[in-house]
Ligand binder design. Structure first.
Ligand code: UTP
Length: 241
């Protein structure tokens, strides 16, 4: 079975505890788990930002704020485990090695953050490398990777397909910020480049974008893939562009 690692942004899964997409994602994840081995790294979203702001307000260091952010990502992953029920491993992996061990259950593997000074995108990129994933998908709150910040530069264009080197170039110039969200962090971009694992960046605000991309080949967003590489390997029917 093919392996897919998902970096599921907290801002798309649980923007707030009042407004979330837990039930909708559970349906989609269960469906794709029938076709591929799924690992999900869950982000912190709005609640993590609120906790981090409160930590800074009371004088905590950035390192402590990161630990608090990690705690929220893990709580979000626990909520996802709750809604997935028997389809997911009930334990949230606290390390890459634990994720590998939990994969042996045959269920969807869930993880949050693990190390200060990075984001869950980096966790997902390393997990993809560790498990030998066929594909990593970043589900975020923008519709792909742009040449520049579309909020600032009206000439910014969304890239349908780019190489890992181009991704690194964009990330290092800092032009990958869209609104308040950076689409992917530098550590993640470097790991993606060294592993060569294809990365699909899609708008996760509509969970159906994920099943469309993986199961019907009707992908949207941006595909980061080495030059000369063929279509995406995960598809139930049809070819990816
Ligand atoms: P996220 O990965 O969710 O950050 O982690 P993000 O990209 O800003 O948010 P969304 O989910 O895409 O909206 C939340 C916070 O947790 C800490 C960082 O402080 C991060 O900003 N964190 C997370 C770590 O320090 N290490 C990790 O491995 C993961």
């Amino acid at each position: 079975m093919k392996k897919v690692v998902l970096s599921l942004g907290g801002s798309v899964l649980i923007p707030t505890l009042e407004e979330h997409r837990l039930a909708r994602y559970a349906v989609v994840l269960k469906e794709i788990a029938g076709y591929a081995k799924i690992y999900v790294v869950v982000g912190g979203g709005g609640e993590a930002r609120r906790y981090i702001a409160a930590a800074r307000e009371i004088g905590c260091s950035e390192a402590v704020a990161d630990e608090i952010g990690i705690g929220v990502t893990r709580l979000n992953a626990m909520l996802l485990a709750g809604v997935l029920g028997d389809a997911a491993c009930p334990l949230i992996a606290g390390s890459q090695a634990e994720a590998m061990a939990y994969a042996e259950t045959g269920r969807i593997v869930l993880m949050g953050g693990i190390t200060p000074a990075q984001t869950t995108d980096a966790v997902a990129a390393v997990l993809a490398e560790r498990c030998g994933a066929d594909l990593m998908v970043n589900l975020t709150s923008v519709d792909g990777i742009y040449t520049a910040d579309p909020n600032i530069d009206p000439a910014a264009e969304r890239l349908d397909r780019l190489t890992p080197e181009k991704l690194l170039e964009i990330v290092s110039t800092g032009s990958l910020r869209a609104g308040s969200n950076t689409v992917i962090d530098m550590i993640a971009a470097k790991v993606i480049q060294r592993s060569g694992i294809p990365l699909l960046v899609i708008d996760g605000r509509d969970p159906d974008n994920l099943s469309r991309a993986l199961l019907s080949g009707a992908r949207s967003g941006s595909l980061v893939i080495r030059a000369g590489k063929g279509p995406l390997p995960i598809t139930r029917a049809g070819e990816h562009r």
